[in-house]
Design a protein around this ligand. Structure first.
Ligand code: FES
Length: 229
């Protein structure tokens, strides 16, 4: 993390927004199909600031920012996600060329899909170099951090490098607005003051309906969440 970003943070307000501090770049990204996989296209430009407040209730008239609506709709933003460490929550899938950790936190971003099969299939076939490479790439592309490729020799997690940044996601293929993808080891503080495990990739809920708050669990797809961006 570069020096000017060491004080960046996301603070969750009880039944309210995410307060983001530390000049973290904010952008809109659109999930688009590419072959049998997916990629991001840039969306519209969003205003940048040292501090900004991102809507967590899903009802702001000025998305992705909080406009105070949460306090008029009796939003219940109770955080229900496990605070156990990723490695303790994740299952391990062993392949011949690469292993995979999977904690089941799915935001339905679909970056685990590829033209050679999904990440688990790729891991199964990872004795073939091109499958091993694709397994690593699709695991690294998972924005929730659900999937992590583990080098069999070193036991080390293989992670892409990200500067701290926040992406507001749109998913036109599903006809919905998706979650908030948080990259680059940004600390996230719960409403009660406890820090979540710091991770390189996590997806936060912004439709207000996740059963695993503050994290996205793909409920936005089920409820057809659409922001007004
Ligand atoms: S959290 Fe404030 S308007 Fe949604």
């Amino acid at each position: 993390m570069s020096k000017d970003k060491t004080d960046c943070k996301i603070k969750i307000i009880e039944n309210g927004p995410y307060i983001v501090t530390g000049n973290i770049p904010l952008q809109e990204k659109i999930i688009v199909k590419k072959g049998k996989g997916y990629e991001y296209k840039d969306g519209q430009e969003l205003p940048q600031a040292e501090e900004y407040h991102l809507c967590r209730c899903g009802k702001s008239k000025n998305p992705p920012f909080c406009d105070g609506t949460h306090s008029t709709i009796n939003f219940k933003g109770t955080e229900t996600a496990s605070r156990d460490k990723y490695e303790d929550r994740a299952d391990i899938f062993e392949g011949p060329g690469i292993d995979l950790l999977d904690d089941g936190r799915c935001a339905f971003a679909r970056f685990c899909h590829s033209d050679k099969g999904n990440t688990w299939k790729l891991v199964e076939n990872s004795d073939r170099p091109e499958y091993r490479e694709k397994a690593i790439q699709t695991a690294c592309d998972c924005p929730t951090g659900r999937l992590t490729a583990i080098d069999k020799e070193t036991g080390e997690a293989i992670e892409p490098f990200y500067e701290p940044c926040i992406d507001i996601i749109q998913d036109p293929e599903e006809g919905v607005s998706a979650g908030i993808f948080v990259k680059g080891n940004i600390p996230i503080e719960a409403a009660d003051g406890e820090l979540y495990e710091i991770r390189n990739r996590v997806a936060l809920c912004r439709c207000g309906k996740s059963y695993d708050k503050p994290f996205c669990d793909a409920t936005h797809v089920l409820i057809g969440f659409l922001d007004e961006l």
